[in-house]
Design a protein around this ligand. Sequence first.
Ligand SMILES: NC(=O)c1ccc[n+]([C@@H]2O[C@H](COP(=O)([O-])OP(=O)(O)OC[C@H]3O[C@@H](n4cnc5c(N)ncnc54)[C@H](OP(=O)(O)O)[C@@H]3O)[C@@H](O)[C@H]2O)c1
Length: 235
Amino acid sequence: MRLEGKVAVITGASRGIGKSISEQFAREGAMLVLSARTRSTLDAIAEKLRETGVEVLVQPADVSIERDVVALIAAAARNYGKIDILVNNAGIGIFKPVSETGTDEFDALFDVNMRGVFIATREVLRHMVEQNDGTIINIASLAGKNPVENGAVYAATKWALLGFSKSIMLEMRKHNIRVVAIYPGSVDTEFGSGHHPDGEKILQADDVAEAAVLAASLPPRAMMSEIDLRPTNPK
Ligand SMILES: NC(=O)c1ccc[n+]([C@@H]2O[C@H](COP(=O)([O-])OP(=O)(O)OC[C@H]3O[C@@H](n4cnc5c(N)ncnc54)[C@H](OP(=O)(O)O)[C@@H]3O)[C@@H](O)[C@H]2O)c1
């Protein structure tokens, strides 16, 4: 039980990587706040987890809407009296050539993948600084370290997230707050509808969740600030 008694807020918890992180955090003894836009999916996950004795609060939020994100962090703090871990996981992918990318698509990508992370982080830091403790895990991407053909705007959101994550890591360590960026390669989820390369052995959502558990359960004095996660043998 590596996360016993820890309160974790997870965005994008309704499927894919966020769902796996929620399940593995629960197995490790964490109390959860599950968020995404779709309440029914979150309720179904919460019900299953509660049957195993896990404490779960469901707080739907669209991370591109500021008041939703503010309400999410406030509800988590009100319910549990503290927030130990924030996992900024909610994200969207739109993969097409720049010449065919609409400004509305550009805005949507940045609103969810970067602006939402900024707002959630700002809101949670108010609690974590007061607690003098906390861990923020940002689910970035290897697309935030490499160029992505037909994915320039998505890549740009994740490059931005890298700069944000590394900067707040430096800013917040004096408050004993750890900031961790996980950079997975392609993961076998519904994300971005089928941009995964054919025939490659890609990562599973559980692999990313394992990395998140590991990062959150290090001794408080130690911070694993960046994790590149790729398949050992992709062919
Ligand atoms: N899959 C990959 O290949 C891969 C690789 C590297 C990094 N990543 C990153 O990993 C994260 C999770 O991806 P995934 O593969 O698990 O994707 P996924 O299966 O599509 O799940 C995305 C999650 O985010 C939620 N979400 C989407 N838009 C949202 C919004 N506006 N507000 C709040 N929640 C929202 C979705 O729930 P609702 O639709 O109910 O809101 C869902 O729970 C993303 O940040 C992605 O960039 C993925």
